[in-house]
Design a protein around this ligand. Structure first.
Ligand SMILES: [Zn+2]
Length: 264
């Protein structure tokens, strides 16, 4: 049994006093205050309190949205990418700062980009943080809206499609392509990564994805280590044309690699 002396606040607190207080933002309000020992406790401005509650709720909703998106579709964005956000992107040089700012803008203007089906193409040297920024856009879209976003590598998609050919994977090529065409935003990484010339198989599937999204006016972010001039040949001119329509933006990452320093 606990037998401890309980000191009630009321026994050491002074009487409650009502007085007018001033909030710089919301103006005068009626505050209640009481003295406990040498400290005065005063009730906060109701306007500030309500604003803080609303802010906490908005942040909770954002967090829940991202958590839910991860829970619902493990395959939409790999879990290991959950920490890749604009906040965690280290912009060490001017090129990186500009690229980050452009990607943040694309995410902030996502409603307009979605309405026009405007694509974004991140091209250039490996290790410059293209994947990080592409994933950051997808995360921002999920956090700030009810839109869906997915991230896949082209190699991973082709492998999943090949695995359907013997009928044992439990998926069909149609279901795989459909899952890539449905999300509001698709981030398609490692395009043009194969050393050899792309096969007809590769080119036709890539076109199915890009054209399928184009027909629904849904934006795609394409990421490639190739340069802007080499990419059209590597991905097929038809696919490249689709990306350009609707005012596609090409963002070159042409500074040298920072992979070592960033610890990516
Ligand atoms: Zn206030």
């Amino acid at each position: 049994m606990r037998s401890e002396k309980v000191v009630h606040l009321s026994s050491i607190a002074g009487p409650q006093v009502t007085s007018m207080a001033m909030c710089e933002e919301h103006g005068p309000y009626e505050a209640t205050s009481h003295q406990v020992l040498s400290h005065t406790f005063r009730s906060p401005c109701p306007g500030c309190k309500a604003a803080q509650v609303a802010k906490n709720q908005a942040e909770d909703i954002k967090r829940q949205r991202v958590d839910l998106a991860y829970k619902l579709g493990d395959s939409l964005i790999p879990k290991r990418f959950k920490d890749k956000t604009f906040d965690s992107y280290a912009a060490n040089c001017e090129g990186q700062q500009k690229a980050k700012a452009r990607c943040e803008r694309y995410a902030a203007e996502f409603e307009a980009n979605l309405a026009s089906g405007r694509c974004l193409i991140l091209v250039g040297n490996p290790g410059t943080g293209k994947t990080h920024l592409g994933v950051s856009i997808a995360q921002a879209v999920m956090a700030n809206s009810a839109h869906t976003a997915a991230y896949r590598t082209l190699g991973g998609i082709l492998q999943a499609i090949r695995a359907t050919f013997d009928g044992s994977s439990g998926q069909t090529e149609g279901s795989i392509l459909d899952a890539l065409i449905r999300p509001s935003l698709l981030v398609l990484d490692e395009v043009g990564a194969s050393k050899e010339a792309p096969s007809d198989f590769e080119l036709s599937r890539l076109f199915s994805i890009i054209n399928g999204r184009y027909e629904r006016m849904l934006p795609t972010i394409v990421i490639s280590n190739l340069g802007a001039k080499e990419l059209p040949a590597a991905m097929g001119e038809r696919s490249a044309d689709r990306l350009r329509e609707g005012g596609g933006i090409v963002l070159p990452f042409d500074w040298s690699s920072h992979r070592g320093r960033e610890g990516m």
